[in-house]
Design a protein around this ligand. Sequence first.
Ligand code: NAD
Length: 432
Amino acid sequence: MNISIIGSGYVGLVSGACFAELGNQVICADHDTKKISGLKQGIVPIYEPGLQELIVNNFKNKRLKFTSSIREAVGASEVIFIAVGTPALENGEADLTGIENVARGIAQNMDGYRLIVEKSTVPVETCAWVKKTISTYVKKGHKFDVVSNPEFLREGSAINDFTHPDRIVLGVETAKAKQIMTSLYQPLNAPILVTNIKSAELIKHASNAFLATKISFINAIARICDKVGADVKEVAVGMGLDNRIGRYFLHAGIGYGGSCFPKDLEAFINLAKKSGYDFEILKAVRNTNQEQKGFVLQKIKDALWIIRDKTIAVLGLAFKPNTDDLRNSPSINLINALIQEGAKIKVYDPQAMEKAAKILKNVAFCKDAYQAAEGADCLIIATEWNEFKELDFIKLKKKLKRALIIDGRNIYDPKLLKGMGFTYIGVGRGNG
Ligand code: NAD
């Protein structure tokens, strides 16, 4: 099929490259001309495992093109995905300006039937607005359908998530739209759930809200574990073995972040309020997450007493491993809070240093974990990259001024580290 994806970010590029790999002719479009000219030269603006190769191969094989012209994208494709950002406004609502702009741009450039697929995460009713917008601006009464096809990929494992999804959700209104979309996704051989458009839109918000709830729930359990001397990792395993609960998203830590959960939760709370429902559970989830960040900061203060002039090594900047995405990263929040308290910060992240250099000032960027640890009063694990799981602790201990590890992601075995002479403080590992 001839496909266009408008919005070439994490979702747009991964979807575009994967659809091209499946044999479709794909155009990835973006209004960021610098990004597009970079992509044409093989410069992929984000770190996502496997993406660079996938993009370069499909570009070479002429299945994947890039453009900053919405006219070119709409002119060449029957199926047009919208994958632009939907950031939070100050009041927490989703900013749908990008969606509206793209819908208008599509309408003005249509020269025949088009299937417009809304992939960005949006509140219920957005597809209805996209439909109204296109009807308003379309010329000569060209026909079109609108589909809601929310995306569930996770940064860090995006290609595998896209090609092996647990489910594909299609909110459709017509048989034609259903037929085109199911045949587009058929090669993935994944379960396809066809619903009405509003249900599809709601499935995405409800899913993200539920996952955030699981994280806040286990973080709350971690607080109790610290008080009573239990280990949250053991508790989580015991809970997760129950199939009704499941083991995923039960990792206590320094709170969730990223470009999705915080904004999607806010948008969902707002949507619920507008519809007349006060979503108290989600407000508690948000508050617990906020508190969790303060809780970890307090652990650091409890261990160091005075933060001012202490040298603190922070391992991990990205909001999760295997990405360079810093949006709403708990690590960045923590670093800023420590800087405010007067700490000297040394950092290392395997992929996110370049992006971090643009937003973090007065921080020493180090070439590896050991350089970060050199002369530090404490070492904090802020992102659970695999390479931090296998550090040489003897070498690390020699580098540190004080053998103190605050494991914000619970990646270490407390007994092992204590046995090696470290003071180990995790989250909910029963150590206050
Ligand atoms: P992103 O910020 O990485 O990319 C969005 C892209 O859209 C940017 O390149 C931007 O320049 C472009 N853009 C914005 N307005 C445009 C316009 N009017 N015309 C053309 N291009 C425009 O965002 P993302 O992380 O890819 O997320 C996109 C959407 O998908 C969001 O709604 C997000 O919530 C949702 N989503 C994200 C993820 C994820 O893990 N990142 C997962 C599932 C769903």
